[in-house]
Design a protein around this ligand. Sequence first.
Ligand code: IPM
Ligand code: MG
Length: 373
Amino acid sequence: MPDSHSLLILPGDGIGPEVMAEVRKVIGWFEDNRGLSFAVEQGLVGGCAYDAHGTPLTDETMARAQAVDAVLLGAVGGPAYDDLDFSVKPERGLLRLRKEMDLFANLRPAQCFDALADFSSLKREVVAGLDILIVRELTSGVYFGEPRGIHADDNNPDNEGGRVGVNTQRYTSGEIRRVARAAFDLAKKRSGRLCSMEKANVMESGVLWREEVQWVHDNEYPEVELTHMYADNGAMQLVRNPRQFDVIVTDNLFGDLLSDAAAMLTGSLGMLPSASLGAPMANGRPKALYEPVHGSAPDIAGQGKANPIACILSFAMCLRYSFDKGAEADMLEAAVEKVLAEGVRTADLLGPKGGTPVSTAEMGDRIIAALSA
Ligand code: IPM
Ligand code: MG
């Protein structure tokens, strides 16, 4: 294995740059204290790239993303770009990265840190100790299916307004099997249980999803306990009794919804990291992009209020999945847990009892101090 660690950092919009600045501190700490070295380059994605270049992702940045070991992304989007054409919206930059890097497996862990169990909108006894992993298919489904668009509904005189909006939910068996394998592999390393979610009761793509996941199970992973659930029931079960799950595998759109719901179980959307992984590259490492699940939060951008933990934990996932540095990832996660246990809170983590929040930078500094302790 080569020991170079090349990173492309794309802070993006809104709170992206603020939270990514704290990740840079953490990267620096690992260089200074753990003998790791990272070749870091930085670029633009999203609205800031549109402002500079008229596109949310330039071909040059796309090429850099393909060339490095891992991409770290902050967040994209903001109200200033709401009226842009779909083709140049900030989100298109992120979707292009996912699609062209073929990052089909999106890992979204939702873990409830003990110190935060009281800040969840659910009761402590429902969420304490929660540790689940949602594996979301990320490069297909209704996000990318053709045909798509808004056009005149020419042959339908009864349609008031005269237009039709179309998106297509489309999955091939191969797309389902490869993300299922990623989920089964992860389930094997955890509790050995996998729950697959779709809407096989109303959608043909859901029927195929269920059949293919079952096929991969029966032929390749008979030792993993597989269950199937309709995604609407899955949403309900996630807020009713989330600890019944370990690993969940689902499609792109359901995964988007279910992972936001799962995020809230943990106390704050500001806590959730993610890894988007593709096939192995020539050096054996998977194509990879790491990003917090939260968005650009324009309402608090630039005020030092954002919680950098999701972005920092995304870097921990990078250490683990791209660089095989499990011990360092554990260290970083333990440092976050320690700081939370000490009661250090950004504003999003204060809960009903209130208190004095720390700034984004102070939270980063406290995590660095905990690493050094
Ligand atoms: C996410 C986000 C994105 C998505 C947006 C920003 C395109 O909500 O990563 O969950 O819908 O996939
Ligand atoms: Mg989302």
